[in-house]
Design a protein around this ligand. Structure first.
Ligand SMILES: [Zn+2]
Length: 255
């Protein structure tokens, strides 16, 4: 049975209800949906704000950091009053102010090999807003094992990347990145920098992809990598293919 919508919700989501692909049924579906956001930084800020605004009924946030001054250049969940506070607590306050009808579960910790499966379990779609390869690989492996899609996003300087990895319908992250790159080949955001609005653009696309997956509408970025070059204002697509010998999602994978 679908959750019903109150008169206040009918007004709050009025611009959704008139869209044929969403409507009352879609809005009820969003209300019953649960999304985990790994990392409450620049990508997670944009994704969480829009998913809360859109009426996703249950949001989970995983992040073990506190808010620092250098975060405020791009992490729009936080204001100056949140400096020094745990990100997930400040984020929950902001999200509940935006939409008190949403449940926000917070996990003040890093996602690790030990807790990944338990963190992913209650949620239908996982949004990866982490800024490092080890976490991303753990998210991928946990999602493959759980049979859930994860919405990938990455930003550095003026370039952003976004895709949907769902091993049931296409490649997983490990299919595309079978071996970790050499250490110096990957730029560290803290050293290389991130342009302010870039994680907003990519995190917002991650939110749109998540809503599409929850609603079962449109063509998700499964099997396609979208590369955004903010300096050139260009969007390009790269086709991603499943690796039949993938160690994570292939037949040789052990669970
Ligand atoms: Zn794979």
């Amino acid at each position: 049975m679908s959750a019903s919508l109150s008169s206040e919700e009918l007004e709050r989501y009025a611009r959704h209800l008139v869209i044929p692909e969403i409507g009352v049924e879609g809005q009820r579906r969003l209300k019953e949906s649960a999304v985990l956001i790994v990392g409450a930084g620049g990508l997670g800020s944009a994704a969480a704000l829009y998913l809360a605004a859109a009426g996703v009924g249950r949001l989970g946030l995983v992040d073990g950091d506190v808010v620092t001054l250098s975060n405020l250049q791009r992490q729009i969940l936080y204001g100056g009053g949140a400096l020094g506070q745990p990100k997930v607590e400040a984020a929950r306050r902001r999200l509940l102010d935006l939409n008190p009808g949403v449940r926000v579960d917070v996990y003040e910790e890093r996602l690790t090999a030990a807790n990944a499966a338990a963190l992913v379990a209650p949620y239908q779609v996982i949004v990866d807003g982490s800024d490092n390869l080890p976490t991303r690989s753990l998210v991928n492996a946990a999602c493959v094992r759980a049979g859930k899609p994860f919405v990938y996003g990455a930003v550095i300087r003026f370039e952003g990347r976004v895709s949907v990895f769902d091993a049931r319908r296409g490649p997983c992250y490990q299919c595309v990145h079978p071996a970790p790159p050499p250490p110096r080949a990957v730029l560290d955001p803290a050293e290389a920098g991130v342009a302010s609005a870039l994680p907003g653009t990519i995190g917002t696309i991650q939110a749109s992809e998540t809503l599409k997956l929850l609603l079962g509408i449109g063509s998700p970025l499964t099997g396609r990598l979208l590369v955004y070059d903010a300096l050139n204002a260009s969007f390009e697509y790269v086709t991603l293919r499943k690796n039949p010998r993938c160690e994570v999602c292939g037949p040789a994978a052990e669970d």
